[in-house]
Design a protein around this ligand. Structure first.
Ligand code: HEC
Length: 157
């Protein structure tokens, strides 16, 4: 009889431990979600979030292409430079690039496209200095446009 109780009590203890760790892990998971701080949003907000995510993915693509270019410049690998610059050229010609029709925005876009074109030219002539110079113009145009976006588009909401 005591043996029976001992088995029973250990079953109960293990069950409690199981439930306990389940509850704990669930509350941790919820905590994790809360920490990510995603308040419940209206449908409209969620939709605009989706298009923001598309834009973010698109912009990340530019960043990937850019690091390939820098990689190529540092290792004097002109194929890498050309590959990254072509990607950047494609991306900057894409429809989703046109976040704003503002004159300044278009000018920043044109600046970037011009710099990327010079970068491609220099790289295809295996002109490292020319490519490096065009690259600094390219990155400056990234930064200038972002400065403009932050000051203008975002403050407008
Ligand atoms: C003509 C304007 C323009 C130019 C030039 C430009 N961007 Fe952007 N970029 C934007 C806009 C608009 C956003 C989105 C801003 C926002 O709403 O947060 C953005 C956002 C980004 C982001 C943030 C994405 C995220 O995770 O939220 C990255 C990274 C980025 N751009 C990379 C680049 C790089 C690299 C270049 C240059 C090769 C570049 N951009 C050139 C307009 C531009």
């Amino acid at each position: 009889m005591t043996r029976y109780y001992r088995v029973l009590s250990s079953i109960i203890v293990f069950t409690m431990m199981g439930i306990g760790s389940f509850v704990l892990s669930k509350s941790f998971a919820e905590d994790e979600q809360n920490r990510k701080g995603q308040p419940i949003k209206s449908r409209e907000q969620q939709e605009s979030k989706a298009s923001n995510n598309d834009l973010a993915k698109f912009m990340r693509g530019k960043l990937d292409a850019s690091s390939q270019i820098l990689d190529g410049l540092c290792t004097e690998d002109f194929r890498k430079i050309i590959s990254g610059a072509s990607k950047l050229q494609e991306l900057s010609a894409a429809e989703s690039w046109r976040v704003s029709t503002d004159v300044m925005y278009r000018q920043h876009s044109a600046e970037l496209r011009g710099a990327v074109k010079d970068l491609l030219n220099a790289a295809s002539k295996k002109n490292l200095d020319g490519a490096a110079l065009a690259w600094t113009r390219t990155t400056l145009s990234c930064i200038e446009c972002h400065k403009w976006v932050r000051a203008t588009l975002i403050s407008k909401g």
